[in-house]
Design a protein around this ligand. Structure first.
Ligand SMILES: [Zn+2]
Length: 304
């Protein structure tokens, strides 16, 4: 019987857990809601229950559990220290508590870091050992995989690419900075730009994309702006890492043809490395399953 592990993706709205075997094949997945309004204990109970029900049904050795969470974490302590969506879980020993209740190894990781690892394991990055993933959503998540492992930094807060400055004195961000990438290139930022230029009050990134498809000049200008800001961030990343692969995922991806030309032009302009070294900037392939795969891969990686 082969070994498997369980990956958990704990979001502000959705709680998902999947059992995945050690070759990256998904055996079973559970999807539910995150009842954050009911408090910390309700969320922890739901997680333990989801993991336990998978474990009871699946034969084989459970190698461990990986949990991806949105926010800043302390990896050694297994604690969330800052999360807009999961504030009641901040500074609570979530990893140790779940480990204790289940009696199995648990690893806590930032969700974008987990997604980057998932893409490396069985997604768009499986042929490389080094990559960066940007997830474009409510914010912009970032994950850096170096030599096949997540680059954690000293406490687990490395890869916060969404909070690097792309516009001096730009839009204020919840992190305390102004002009963060996520305030100028996330799905939310696309909606905000649409509102700002009078395109519509409550447009989603998909709405703006549909307008761009109809050749709306202002909708197309929004994607050009988004592409430029992504390009500034990518040029910086390419200059730092000289990695072979940079991936984008998230809701705005269908608008690739509208934002990518401005993005690539900006990277070409700003990065000598890009102009002189083979570098791919591509779409990620696992979508929102990437985090589940990456979370499940964590206990397998740390087994050795
Ligand atoms: Zn920020």
């Amino acid at each position: 019987m082969s070994a498997y592990s369980i990956g958990v993706d704990l979001g502000g709205t959705n709680l998902r857990a999947a059992a995945i075997d050690d070759r990256g094949k998904m055996i079973e997945k559970i999807s539910g809601s995150t009842h954050i309004k009911e408090g910390r204990d309700a969320v922890v109970n739901d997680m333990v229950q989801a993991i336990d029900s998978l474990r009871k049904r699946i034969p084989g050795d459970l190698a461990g559990v990986g949990i991806g969470v949105p926010g800043f974490i302390l990896i050694e302590k297994g604690v969330i220290v800052g999360s807009n969506n999961l504030a009641p879980l901040e500074n609570y020993p979530i990893r140790d508590e779940i480990e204790k209740r289940l009696g199995t190894k648990v690893i806590l990781e930032n969700d974008a870091n987990a997604a980057a690892l998932g893409e490396k394991w069985i997604g768009a990055g499986k042929d490389v050992n080094d990559l960066v993933l940007l997830t474009l959503g409510t914010g912009v998540g970032g994950g850096i995989v170096s030599d096949g492992r997540v680059l954690e930094g000293s406490v687990g807060m490395a890869g916060e690419i969404g909070h690097i400055t792309v516009v001096p004195n730009g839009n204020p961000c919840g992190c305390g900075n102004t002009g963060c990438l996520e305030k100028h290139a996330s799905a939310t930022a696309i909606g905000a730009m649409a509102r700002l230029i009078g395109l519509g009050a409550d447009l989603t990134a998909l709405d703006v994309y549909n307008l761009a498809v109809k050749d709306d000049r202002r909708a197309k200008a929004i994607f050009t702006s988004m592409g430029q800001h992504l390009g500034i961030a990518l040029a910086t990343l390419i200059n730092i890492f000289n990695f072979p692969l940079y991936l984008l995922s998230g809701g705005p991806l269908p608008a690739w043809d509208f934002f990518a030309p401005a993005m690539i032009a900006e990277v070409e302009k700003r990065s000598f490395t890009y102009r002189n070294a083979p570098t791919r900037i591509e779409k990620a392939t696992l979508g929102n399953e990437a985090g589940l795969y990456g979370a499940a891969y964590l206990p397998l990686l740390h087994r050795h």
